[in-house]
Design a protein around this ligand. Structure first.
Ligand code: ADP
Ligand code: MG
Length: 352
């Protein structure tokens, strides 16, 4: 397998800056995830690492060797894309054999069997693509990528076209395949669920800039920027103005929601009077019948029992809607007012 290094990579399309000084390292056997919203530059980054696109500046190293100008077919990579890219006029085994080069027929058969077995499609080797489901087509694509015995496995949103059940199954299988074969892997996605489930390391990209790189718990517990804090997890984001910071306690005047005193988890450099964002993970909000200093007022607008939980919707006076899953012993009723508490060390504040 290979170690990948990307140094000071820049890429523009016309006037659009798509990648801005990207630096990263993927260790041997690591499953590295790049996550970001649509248009953030994920595919362009993957395509440059694959050699399908050239950067304006910066370089890509495989095991310390500069491969920036080496064509894709000489880089030893296997690739899987969102749209499967299976050749429709060839059956499963022809699709795979097509990429196996310079092997004797017995060796070719051995590789074919091996990769089909890995993805569980040995019995469908003669099927045509039109006879396969989306999940099976993507398995063929994975088998085909593995058939070249890649040093680096690249996947660009491989599960985005699949329905939820298949997506979950295939995600686990991909993780198994990658780990069993000790494949150095770059996996690009916009889905946190996928990123957190399989990523050894995760880079969050926004507008061509890597905002933060780390393990999932680092991204959740210590986001460096409001973008990362908002993008990761299911969050309530409130606008407000900083009144003061005394010791650990931060007093904020929330827009239309009054004053709260919170102890955030982070402590950025902020000035009194500055516009800020207060970000709280939805799961961390607590319902309270009283009106503690660290809470704001909400009206209960619906409650539904789902399994052993209550799913309740609340609305703030300025009509922000908040859905929470609550313990079924909670007695709140529609139309009543309640308070949502922001527990200590559970919120984040950032300059707006
Ligand atoms: P992502 O994969 O994160 O959705 P992309 O890397 O595909 O993002 O695209 C990043 C930006 O670059 C988008 O604004 C996209 O429209 C633009 N872009 C991508 N490829 C090209 C291209 N070949 N020519 C012009 N603009 C492009
Ligand atoms: Mg993309």
């Amino acid at each position: 397998m290979v170690t990948v290094e990307v140094n000071h990579l820049n890429k523009n399309f016309g006037k659009l800056r798509v990648l801005n000084d990207i630096n990263l390292k993927i260790n041997n056997g690591e499953l590295f995830v790049v996550i970001g919203p649509s248009g953030s530059g994920k595919s362009t980054l993957l395509r440059i690492i694959a050699g399908l696109e050239s950067p304006d500046s910066g370089n890509v190293l495989f095991d310390g060797v500069d491969v920036t100008t080496i064509p894709p077919n000489k880089r030893g990579i296997g690739m899987v894309f969102q749209d499967y890219a299976i050749w429709p006029h060839m059956n499963v085994e022809q699709n795979i054999k097509f990429v196996i080069k310079n092997k004797k027929p017995e060796e070719e058969e051995e590789i074919l069997k091996d990769v089909l077995e890995t993805v569980g499609l040995l019995s469908k080797r003669k099927n045509r693509p039109s006879e396969l489901s989306g999940g099976e087509l993507q398995r063929v694509a994975i088998a085909r990528a593995l058939a070249v015995k890649p040093r680096l496995f690249l996947m660009d949103e491989p599960l985005s076209n699949l329905d939820e059940k298949i997506r979950k199954e295939l995600l686990v299988e991909i993780l198994d395949i990658v780990k069993e074969n000790n494949l150095t892997t770059l996996f690009v996605t916009h889905s946190q669920e996928e990123a957190f489930e399989i990523g050894d390391k995760i880079a969050v990209i926004n507008k061509g800039v890597i905002e933060q790189m780390g393990m999932s718990d680092e991204l959740i517990n210590t986001p460096y920027s409001s973008f990362v804090a908002k993008f990761i997890g299911d969050n309530l984001v409130l606008d407000g103005k900083l009144i003061d910071m005394k010791g650990e306690v931060v007093t904020i005047e929330l827009d239309n929601l009054g004053i709260v005193k919170v102890i955030p988890k982070n402590r950025p450099d902020l000035n009194e009077g500055e516009s800020i964002l207060l970000i709280v993970r939805m799961n961390d909000l607590k319902i309270s019948d009283e009106n503690p200093n660290n809470s704001f007022k909400v009206k209960i607008i619906s409650r539904k029992i789902i399994k052993d939980k209550v799913k309740a919707y609340f609305e703030t006076p300025n009509l922000i809607r908040i859905g929470l899953e609550i313990n079924s012993t909670w007695k709140g009723k529609n139309g009543e007012w309640s308070f949502l508490e922001i527990p200590d060390y559970k919120s984040f504040i950032f300059k707006k």
